[in-house]
Ligand binder design. Structure first.
Ligand code: G6P
Length: 622
């Protein structure tokens, strides 16, 4: 949610910032801007819309402009217009700021600054931060060549003073026209990474904007700042204690974040699922020894096996993976499990007793609601683990231990491979805990053997993409869809509906199939598509009954069934068959046609699949 990038080095900054912003565009894409120091003053250029719109208005890059900051925005305070776009100048015109996060006490600070005679031009919380830094900078009353008494320069001092007044979250990159070779970054709550190259530094919200230039990085922690000059960088706490930080290796490559011949990141990520899941299981699932090794939680297995109650907490797609995890843990390990939206968990006084383990699930590792739920759980004394994709992210750091997905970076805003990665990890966890409790080793081994076959089976479903496209095309005029499943496929129905809503803007509802008759059946009208997951399993006959209820009322049935089911064709207007797998693993297969259906529907409707309207990939506001 909002992406920031800043450059200090020897190359012209502008092309590097623009390229970095394009890589960060999935974080927010309603407006963007850049700022450079220009002969003692600051030049800001901003535009509404995508980075391409900004690019169109930018001047030719100047070779000696080797320092600059940029931002791509997902509006929180103030509509997406040029005035509210970042970078924001302070009232003196000497300080310029890009910001990711939310200044929660901005109203109070704004009133106070106004009472001090400071004027504002935008509706944003960020301008308050810029003006506050400017206010403190003005207080120093000294020029560029004077130093504050404690050895700091006054720009750095002013940033520290201002930031200490801010409540909320921030990743900042800040310039001051009196200090033409200084870039300052500061972090709390929102991510900020410093890429350290040869004679150049790239400060960015995430590694995708850095990896083209260097794979060496410093991950700033909360309440830390970095002061960068051509001579090097210094890391400090916001309260001015110098700290030393280790250089870390960025874990992914440029190739992983490029389109690689696919039309969209989402399609690439759907097709990457077989290889992503193989990597996710690699080194963890050993068929020879019939063992699961989950290194990240190995030291906690006794505690996890004795857990009295699990609570999964997550948002969006990760919440749906949590629901599958609930079914898996309860069935295989016989441990009571609840799945809670992170936003609800935090505010409803959750019951955490001795023996309760909270597991946060998140692709980005940044989602603020999930982070807040983790804090709440910790305060109440729960052990908190994470199932996270983004290595080193805030959620990964905030949890006691966890399991990384290792499915590679996910750029498409609609989550796909992260979901199957999360379910794969949850299946491994449930089988392992089950084996340590009630599950026979024969049954556990059978599941392991089936789990390892999943990537090949996904590959065969991906081969049906054109068939699924034709189903999307046949139903594309319909504005209301239902997704229905039972048991393990109920969360998949929710996920299928979410995918369709997110990227095709078609209204869709996911339901447990049996619930349809308690209300939603009233919606069924001529031609309304109802997507049923009717795979082999104990509830098969019941769901066939539900399909007929829809057909009797003129609905159009799109049915996902198991290969070899010779009866189901009679009940389906459109049929998609998937390979056989045990019911507990079916979500890993049944979700694939639903991802493709949503993808093709969105393309057919002419939507921007990777950057759907109003959404952002990581949501760092409550
Ligand atoms: C946003 C994204 C969703 C994602 C959800 C949770 O809403 O658009 O695709 O499922 O956040 O994100 P997380 O990174 O915590 O999994």
């Amino acid at each position: 949610m909002c992406g920031i990038v800043a450059y200090l080095g020897k190359k012209p900054a502008q092309p590097i910032l623009v390229e970095g912003l394009k890589r960060l565009e999935y974080r927010g894409y309603d407006s963007s801007g850049v700022a450079f120091l220009d002969n003692g003053s600051i030049r800001v250029q901003k535009s509404v819309g995508r980075i391409s719109a900004l690019e169109a208005i930018l001047n030719e890059p100047e070779p000696d402009q080797t320092l600059g900051i940029g931002h791509t925005r997902w509006a929180t305070h103030g509509e997406p217009n040029t005035t509210n776009a970042h970078p924001h100048l302070d009232y003196s015109g000497k300080i310029v700021v890009v910001h990711n996060g939310i200044v929660e006490n901005y109203t109070t600070l704004k009133k106070w600054l106004e009472s001090e005679g400071v004027s504002f031009v935008s509706d944003t919380d960020t301008e308050v931060a810029a003006n506050l830094i400017g206010y403190f900078y003005g207080k120093t009353g000294v020029g560029a060549d004077q130093k504050a008494s404690n050895g700091q320069h006054e720009f750095e001092w002013a940033v520290q003073q201002a930031i200490q007044e801010l409540q909320g979250t921030y990743g900042f990159a800040i310039l001051c026209s009196d200090f033409p070779d200084v870039l300052i970054g500061a972090k709390k709550g929102s991510p900020l990474i410093l890429g350290v190259g040869n004679d150049e530094y790239i400060l960015a919200s995430d590694a995708s904007a850095i990896v083209e230039h260097t794979t060496q990085a410093i991950y700033l922690a909360d309440n830390e700042m970095v002061i960068i000059t051509p001579d090097g960088f210094q890391t400090k706490t916001i309260s001015n204690v110098t700290i030393s930080k280790d250089l870390e290796q960025i874990e992914f490559s440029l190739e992983q974040i490029e389109l690689g011949g696919f039309e969209h990141h989402m399609l690439k990520e759907i097709f990457e699922q077989p290889s992503a899941l193989r990597t996710c299981m690699q080194g963890r699932l050993n068929l020879q020894d019939k063992k699961i090794v989950l290194g990240g939680i190995a030291a906690h297995l006794r505690e996890l096996t004795r857990t009295q109650k699990f609570i999964f907490t997550a948002c969006g797609t990760a919440f749906h993976a949590g629901l599958v995890g609930e079914y898996l843990l309860e069935l295989l390990a016989r441990i009571p499990t609840e799945t809670e939206y992170a936003s609800e968990f935090r505010y409803r006084n959750p019951i955490i007793e001795d023996g309760t383990t909270v597991i946060a699930i998140s692709q980005s590792g940044e989602t603020l609601d999930t982070l807040a739920a983790i804090e709440e759980a910790k305060e109440r004394g729960a052990a908190v683990f994470g199932i996270v994709n983004s290595v080193g992210s805030a959620i990964a750091r905030a949890t006691d231990a966890g399991i990384y997905l290792h499915v590679g970076p996910e750029i498409g805003v609609a989550s796909t491979k992260a979901f199957t990665g999360q379910v794969t990890v949850l299946a491994m966890l449930a089988i392992e805990l089950g084996r340590r409790r009630h599950l026979s080793s024969d049954t556990a081994n059978e599941y392991l053997e089936e789990l390892i076959k999943i990537p090949d089976k996904i590959e065969s479903i991906l081969g049906m993409s054109d068939h699924i496209k034709s189903i999307a095309a046949a139903n594309i005029e319909q504005d209301n869809w239902l997704f229905l499943g039972r048991g393990f496929n109920y969360p998949v129905a929710l996920e299928g509906a979410l995918k369709l809503k997110e990227i095709s803007y078609i209204h869709a509802e996911g339901l447990p199939a049996a619930e349809m008759k308690h209300g939603p059946i009233a919606l069924i009208a001529d031609g309304m598509p109802a997507v049923f997951i009717a795979t082999a399993g104990p509830q098969y006959a019941k769901i066939v009954g539900n399909i007929e209820e829809v057909r009797a009322r003129g609905g159009r049935t799109i049915v996902v069934a198991t290969e070899g089911d010779t009866e189901i064709g009679k009940h389906a207007d459109d049929l998609i068959t998937i390979p056989h797998t045990p019911e507990i693993l079916q979500p890993l297969l049944t979700v694939i046609p639903l991802q493709l259906l949503a993808y093709h529907a969105a393309v057919l409707r002419g939507n921007d699949v990777d950057k759907p309207r109003n959404l952002a990939k990581s949501v760092t506001v409550e």
